[in-house]
Design a protein around this ligand. Structure first.
Ligand code: BDP
Length: 712
């Protein structure tokens, strides 16, 4: 069932007013509210394995027994997952690894561990799926109808098993399967900003999952639950500590703790990476310098890498935030970012480790505009990095704002691999208090056309190495789980972890498909409820933009990155204020980044540059990002800018009320506990949205000297 955003809003409003006869929201659902669902706390994430309703009957035919080949730890995990999941979904014990193959057996294995699978003549398919992909086929063996989940490796078989279970749980037909999948990107990593003391920078879901004081002796069962959740999406690694790195993560006793996590995650295919502090040779090693061209420093990093690989043979590598926001780096010693990255890369190379060097740098001696600085620094260094260095670039040039145009570095580095950094933890997007599904935001980013090699050079294709060949590809997300029972604080914030994983596997998936999948897995397979939930999610990011920073406005916040603070004009740096970005005054508002302004548009390829530069072509969603406009500037709608701005804020606040109504209509379709917890947060969101609207309009009204029009 598909409904448009407009219909959704109308239906929800009608239902709020009690007008939705026979309809879609409150009335229909309320009649069914008597069936009380068992309470859920959200711990199970999208791996609840609730019976898939009507589809269960059909599944029973196809899944009568499970046979998982192999003796590895990963095979054991697959066995456990398939057995418990199918038994739960089908409502009875599904036999496991019986002697005889019967019709309806699900066979899982690799050519290495299974004669059944080896005998299959799938030569062409094997090559195509690589080390992490899988094949799922409904076929016949020994004249019996079976389903085969096959892969080149155990991890591929694990991913295939999760895929199969996802199909089952979302109520899809599983009796005629013929599919092959492999990930589009190589590095699919969680970036945790966790500190060894247990706090999480920009974490909104409790303290760190990693219990540093207990490790390595005591292993929390939650570590495996975490790795399982990651593996279910194909996430294949985690940087476990804050980019503002405590250098002592590299001290010997801490490395043993890191190794304990790595040991537990290995069977799930989740490799461990660490954020390294560039000054570690001084702070941990006791050297006098961390100059990357100093031989002693290079030797120290080499010895450190050897020590790490002695403990963790499949250690992934280092993530580095250097010369950014006060962190040490090569520039501290008069060297370049390439010099810095390369000394670490040389140490890791013999072990096949990688350096993820962040492009989140904005020294103000480079350019007065923060948005331009990283591009200027890194394009100069293209081609100067070792092959095992990737540059990790945030989706936008400022910092995870509710809306930013894509970072101009995507497509601009031709000889250096680039991976994208997105942020699931909702630092600037309502933290874990507001319901904001980020799948739509990330798709806007991934689908942006860089024009790096003509039209169709989307960010997704650049990342996948399809525009310029790249031997290293990837996408990472600043992670949002913490120790809260439901992992992410807000039940809907789980969808952002989920969406990240799915998009890192396949950036071409649609935000809508992912929202629907997640909804079915996490809440319900009831089609009507799914339609309401999917629409709620699909509009939520635009709603957030509307009541916080519409029309290209950005950074209208203070240090908490949560509440409106457009008046914020005092901070340790000008580019941490709000006024630096909006520049509101009597004559207008906005940052002139055009060719008549500070030329930031020129960092984009033609014709993107011209599009952003020309006010008649620039999408209005980016208007005040690139242009400075008078308050009475005529918008495409015919409204003047001030009125259009007011209308956005008013619409945003109203839309949250619609979201509340839609959510209310699901009472009885969702267990009472999760329903109430989300409703409580929506109430906070509604109040916050009104505050944003009122405070921002009052503040900008001081400059526009115009009244706020009545909301239509
Ligand atoms: C900003 C955060 C800050 C991070 C920084 C980064 O406010 O806490 O340290 O990004 O990405 O979004 O390094």
């Amino acid at each position: 069932m598909k409904i448009s955003r407009r219909e959704f809003v109308e239906m929800s409003l009608a239902s709020a007013a009690g007008l939705c006869a026979g309809g879609y929201a409150t009335s229909t659902v309320a009649a069914e509210a008597s069936t009380s669902l068992p309470e859920e706390d959200g711990y199970k994430l999208w791996l609840r394995y609730a019976p898939p309703g009507d589809a269960a009957k059909a599944c029973r035919q196809t899944v009568q027994q499970i046979r998982v080949e192999g003796t590895s730890a990963t095979s054991g995990i697959i066995r456990g997952e398939l057995h418990s999941a199918t038994s739960a979904m089908l409502g009875g014990n599904v036999p496991l690894n019986e002697k005889d193959l019967v019709g309806g057996t699900v066979v899982v294995g690799t050519p290495g561990n299974s004669a059944l699978i080896r005998d299959f003549n799938w030569a062409s398919a094997w090559g195509g799926v690589g080390d992490e992909g899988f094949i799922i086929r409904s076929t016949r063996i020994e004249n019996k109808s079976v389903t085969v989940i096959a892969a080149n490796t155990d991890i591929g078989a694990l991913y295939g098993s999760f895929h199969f279970l996802r199909l089952m749980q979302t109520g899809q037909a599983i009796d005629k399967l013929d599919l092959a999948e492999h990930p589009a990107l190589q590095l699919r990593l969680m970036n945790h900003w966790d500190n060894p003391g247990g706090t999480i920078e920009r974490g909104y879901a409790g303290r760190s999952l990693w219990q540093w004081n207990e490790l390595p002796g005591k292993i929390s069962p939650r570590y495996a639950d975490y790795a399982r959740a990651c593996a279910s999406l194909g996430i294949n690694g985690a940087v476990i500590n804050n980019v503002n790195a405590d250098s002592h993560i590299l001290a010997a006793d801490n490395l043993r703790k890191v190794a304990a996590l790595a040991d537990g995650w290995r069977p799930y295919g989740v490799r461990v990476y660490v954020s390294a502090n560039f000054a570690a040779p001084v702070r941990v090693g006791g050297l006098k310098t961390a100059d990357p061209l100093d031989k002693g420093v290079a030797d120290w990093w080499k010895a450190k890498a050897d020590e790490i690989y002695g403990l963790i043979p499949d250690f992934g590598g280092f993530l580095v935030k250097a010369n950014s926001e006060g962190q040490p780096g090569p520039k501290t010693y008069g060297r370049t970012h390439a010099d810095g990255a390369n000394v670490l890369a040389d140490a890791l190379a013999p072990h096949n480790g990688k350096v993820m060097w962040r492009a989140f740098v904005y020294d103000d001696d480079i350019d007065p505009d923060r948005a331009k600085r990283a591009y200027i620094e890194f394009t100069k260094l293209d081609g100067k990095f070792r092959p095992n260095v990737v540059i990790q670039v945030k989706n936008g040039a400022i910092d995870f704002q509710p809306r930013e145009p894509f970072h101009p570095l995507f497509g601009a580095l031709k000889q250096t691999p680039v991976i994208a950094e997105i942020q699931a933890t909702q630092e600037y997007l309502g933290q874990a208090k507001h319901l904001v599904y980020l799948g739509t935001m990330w798709k806007e980013f991934l689908d942006s056309d860089t024009h790096a090699k003509g039209s169709g050079s989307t960010v997704a294709k650049v990342l996948a190495g399809k525009i310029q060949p790249s031997h290293l590809t990837g996408m990472v997300s600043v992670a949002n789980p913490g120790l809260d029972t439901n992992w992410c604080g807000h039940h809907f914030s789980q969808s952002n972890w989920y969406a990240f994983g799915r998009l890192a596997w396949n950036p071409e998936l649609s935000a809508e498909k992912i929202a629907e999948e997640w909804t079915r897995l996490t809440f319900t397979n009831d089609d009507k409820a799914v339609a309401v939930l999917r629409n709620l999610m699909m509009g939520s990011r635009e709603t957030f933009v509307n009541y916080t920073m519409p029309l290209g406005l950005h950074h209208l916040i203070g240090g908490d990155h949560y509440a409106p603070q457009p008046w914020n004009d005092r901070a340790p740096r000008a580019d941490w204020t709000a006024t630096y970005y909006h520049k509101a005054a009597a004559d207008g508002i906005g940052f002139d980044r055009t060719k008549r302004g500070d030329h930031a548009v020129e960092q984009y390829f033609p014709p993107v540059c011209e599009m952003f530069d020309d006010i008649t072509q620039c999408p209005e969603k980016y208007l005040l990002w690139f242009h400075r406009c008078a308050w009475d500037y005529q918008m495409k709608s015919g409204k003047i800018l001030w009125d259009a701005l007011c209308a956005k804020y008013q619409a945003g606040a109203k839309e949250v009320a619609v979201m509340q109504t839609a959510w209310q209509s699901l009472a009885g379709k969702i267990d009472a506990r999760r329903h109430k917890e989300v409703a409580d947060r929506l109430a906070i969101q509604a109040a916050d949205a009104a505050t944003w609207r009122d405070q921002i309009l009052e503040y900008f009204g001081r400059f526009s000297k115009r009244a706020v029009p009545r909301s239509s």
